[in-house]
Design a protein around this ligand. Structure first.
Ligand SMILES: Cc1cc2nc3c(=O)[nH]c(=O)nc-3n(C[C@H](O)[C@H](O)[C@H](O)COP(=O)(O)OP(=O)(O)OC[C@H]3O[C@@H](n4cnc5c(N)ncnc54)[C@H](O)[C@@H]3O)c2cc1C
Length: 547
C-alpha cells in the first residue's frame, strides 16, 4: 500500500525529506507556512558540513571516521548522543552521493576552510568538511523561480566566491552579466533551487501559505494533520507519517524565554520559524533535548541600503578584520573577537554572580578611521561617508561617553590592545592564534596573526552595538537516528519525525565547521524521508524504555 507522508516546511531539511520519501515510493504532500519556498536555508551561505565526504576524499584531503567522531566528542559536554554523531558521520557521504545522483546538485570542497575548532583533536585546520553547493540555474525553475525567498545576498556568487567562503566577494563584469543572464544563483539559493527542482520533477508540488497547525493522533499513532490556509480555512489531511521540518523557535518570544540559556535579541532567520513543530511535538508527548541551545551569532542592526531586508547583519568579517575590537559596558574586551560566531554566544551569556547581570551586554564593536577607509563596514564601502547610525567621535573617551561606556576603561583597553598588536600577540584572548581566526580577516595576511590584529589609533573612532543573535534554535523533540520522534519513555511516536532545526540537534552545542547546521539537516532529512516512506517506524527501540 502506498503510504502518505506529509512534510511541513520547505527549507533544506523539508525538501530533502520530501524528496527521499517520494523516491522511496510514498505519496508526499509538502506544506510551507510562508508565501515563499526555501525557509532560512534560502538566506544562508548554503555551506554543508559533511565529514569524510567523497569530494574531500577525491581531492586527497585527509579525514577519517575516527577523527570526525573524536572531534565532535571533544566538543560534546555530554550533549551529543553518540549514535546520532555516528549516524551523521557514517551516512553523510552516502547522502552526498544520493543528492548528486538524484538531483542536479554538484558539491565541491571549499578549499582551505578550517573547521571552527581546528586545533581540537580530529579538527581539520586545512578544511575538507565544508561543501559548496555551487550555482543553480533558476531559469530551469520556470515560474517557481519567483517563489523562492530572496536572500538579500549577491545572488550570483558561489559560497567559495563570497567573503565567508574565503573569496573576494566580487566577480568581473563579464561573469556577473553572464550569470545574471542565465539566472545562476549560489549559496543557500543554489541548495534550495536544486532540491526544489528535483521535488517538482518527481511530482511534489509545495503548497505555500499553508501552516501545519496540529497533529491528528489515534491509538495507532499519527493519522493526519490539521492545516491552516492563508485565508484562515482549517483543513484536515490524512497522513501515515508527518515530518516536522518547521525550523527553530527563535521567533517565538515565549519559547525563547522559556528555553534558551541566555539573552538572544536578534534572530536572523526567516520570521516564520516560530516553533510550530516544537509545539505540535510537545502536544504529542515528545521528549525534548538540547532546548537551551541555538546557533549563536553576534550581529548588528543597521539599515539595509536597498530597504528590502530588515534582518540583523552578521559581522563575521567586521569583527575579524585588523583594527576592530569588541568591548562590554565596562569598556573591556571579553573574548576573542575572531572566534567562530557560535562560540561567541557563550561570551554574551556569562553571568556576573556579584552584580547578577550580564556584563557583556550590551557590547560594542570599536574601530577607527583607518579601518573604515581600508575595509568599509557591512554595506559601507571605504569611500562612503559615514552614516547617522554609526556613532563616531574624535577621541576614544568621547566615543565612550556617547555609547554609555566607562571612558577610562575603554581608553585602557585600546591602549593595551595596541601594545598587543605591536607585540604580534593578544595575551588576553589569543586572537590570531587559531588558524580559524584569520579566515574572515584580511586575506592578504591569512594564516598569520596580522590577518586579524591591527591598531586602533586614527581618529575619528567609531562604535556599533553588537547584539546576541542566532541563526536559529537547535533544541526540539528528541529523535533516534532515523529522525523518529521519541516520547518521554524513549519510544517512537508512531509516524512522527523531526529534522533540521526542528529536531534536537544531533551535534549538541557544537558548530563543527561552516555548514554545521545544513549538513545534519540534509543527512537526517534524507533518513527521515526514507523511514517515513517505509512504514517501519512503529518498530520499538531496542534500548529499555525510561519510565
Ligand atoms: C544569513 C545566514 C547564513 C547562514 N549560513 C549557513 C551556512 O552557510 N551553512 C549552514 O549550515 N547554516 C547556515 N545558516 C543557518 C541555516 O540557514 C539554518 O540553520 C537552516 O537553514 C535550517 O534549515 P531547516 O530546513 O531546518 O529550516 P528552514 O530552512 O528555516 O525551513 C523551515 C521552514 O518551515 C516553515 N514552517 C514553519 N512553521 C511551519 C508550519 N507550521 N507549517 C509549515 N511550514 C512551517 C518555515 O516557514 C520555513 O520555511 C545561515 C543562516 C543565516 C540566517
Amino acid at each position: 500500500m502506498v503510504r502518505t507522508v506529509v512534510v511541513l516546511g520547505s527549507g533544506a531539511a523539508g525538501l530533502t525529506a520530501a524528496l527521499a520519501a517520494k523516491r522511496a515510493g510514498a505519496e508526499v504532500d509538502l506544506y510551507e507556512k510562508a508565501e515563499t519556498i526555501g525557509g532560512t536555508t534560502a538566506l544562508s551561505g548554503g555551506a554543508c558540513w559533511i565529514p569524510i565526504n567523497p569530494h574531500a576524499q577525491n581531492a586527497g584531503l585527509s579525514d577519517s571516521r575516527d577523527e570526525a567522531l573524536a572531534y565532535l566528542n571533544s566538543l560534546s559536554f555530554g550533549l551529543i548522543d553518540p549514535a546520532m554523531a555516528e549516524t551523521l558521520v557514517d551516512r553523510g557521504p552516502d547522502v552526498v552521493n544520493w543528492l548528486e545522483s538524484t538531483t542536479t546538485l554538484k558539491f565541491s570542497v571549499v578549499g582551505g576552510y578550517p573547521d571552527y575548532h581546528p586545533e581540537r583533536v580530529g579538527g581539520l585546520p586545512l578544511g575538507g568538511r565544508t561543501l559548496d553547493p555551487g550555482l543553480c540555474s533558476y531559469r530551469e525553475l520556470g515560474k517557481w523561480a519567483k517563489r523562492v525567498t530572496p536572500s538579500g545576498r549577491v545572488e550570483s556568487l558561489t559560497l567559495a566566491e563570497t567573503g565567508m567562503g574565503g573569496g573576494t566577494g566580487h566577480l568581473d563584469a563579464e561573469t556577473t552579466a553572464r550569470r545574471k543572464a542565465e539566472d545562476l544563483r549560489g549559496c543557500g539559493l543554489s541548495l534550495i533551487g536544486h532540491l526544489l527542482k528535483a521535488c517538482l520533477e518527481c511530482g511534489i508540488v509545495p503548497k505555500t501559505g499553508t501552516r501545519g497547525l496540529d497533529l491528528e493522533i489515534d491509538s495507532g499513532g499519527v493519522s493526519g494533520i490539521q492545516l491552516q490556509e492563508s485565508n484562515g480555512t482549517v483543513i484536515s489531511r490524512q497522513a501515515d507519517a508527518v515530518v516536522l521540518a518547521t525550523g527553530g523557535f527563535e521567533w517565538n518570544d515565549e519559547l525563547v524565554r522559556a528555553f534558551l540559556r541566555g539573552p538572544m535579541s536578534a534572530p536572523v532567520s526567516l520570521e516564520t520559524c516560530t516553533g510550530d513543530g516544537l509545539l505540535m511535538a510537545m502536544r504529542a508527548g515528545a521528549s525534548l533535548a538540547n532546548m537551551r541551545e541555538a546557533w549563536w551569532t553576534p550581529c548588528v542592526r543597521i539599515p539595509d541600503p536597498t530597504g528590502r531586508i530588515n534582518r540583523p547583519y552578521l559581522i563575521n568579517r567586521e569583527r575579524t578584520l585588523p583594527g576592530s575590537i569588541m568591548v562590554n559596558r565596562s569598556g573591556k574586551r571579553f573574548t576573542n573577537e575572531a572566534a567562530n560566531y557560535n562560540s561567541i554566544g557563550g561570551a554574551f551569556h556569562v553571568l556576573d554572580a556579584v552584580d547578577f547581570g550580564y556584563p557583556n551586554l550590551p557590547a560594542w564593536l570599536i574601530f577607527d578611521q583607518a579601518y573604515l577607509r581600508r575595509y568599509g563596514f557591512a554595506h559601507l564601502t571605504p569611500t562612503d561617508t559615514s552614516p547617522a547610525w554609526l556613532t563616531h567621535a574624535d577621541s576614544i573617551e568621547n566615543l565612550a561617553a556617547m555609547i554609555g561606556v566607562e571612558p577610562a576603561g575603554i581608553a585602557r583597553t585600546v591602549s593595551q590592545w595596541n601594545t598587543y598588536v605591536d607585540q604580534g600577540k593578544d595575551a588576553d584572548f589569543c586572537r590570531g592564534q587559531s588558524v580559524y581566526d584569520t579566515w574572515a580577516g584580511d586575506a592578504a595576511h591569512r594564516g598569520t596573526p596580522q590577518g586579524t590584529l591591527g591598531k586602533i589609533s586614527a581618529p575619528p573612532y567609531y562604535a556599533v552595538e553588537v547584539l546576541s543573535g542566532a541563526l536559529g534554535t537547535r533544541g526540539g523533540p528528541r529523535t533516534e537516528t532515523h529522525g523518529r520522534v521519541l516520547d518521554t519513555r524513549g519510544q517512537p511516536i508512531k509516524g512522527l519525525y523531526a529534522v533540521g532545526n526542528a529536531m534536537a540537534s544531533p551535534t549538541g552545542m557544537v558548530y563543527g565547521g561552516a555548514g554545521g547546521t545544513l549538513g545534519p539537516a540534509l543527512v537526517f532529512g534524507y533518513l527521515a524521508g526514507i523511514d517515513a516512506a517505509s512504514g517501519n517506524h512503529c518498530d520499538r527501540i531496542a534500548a529499555p524504555a525510561v519510565d
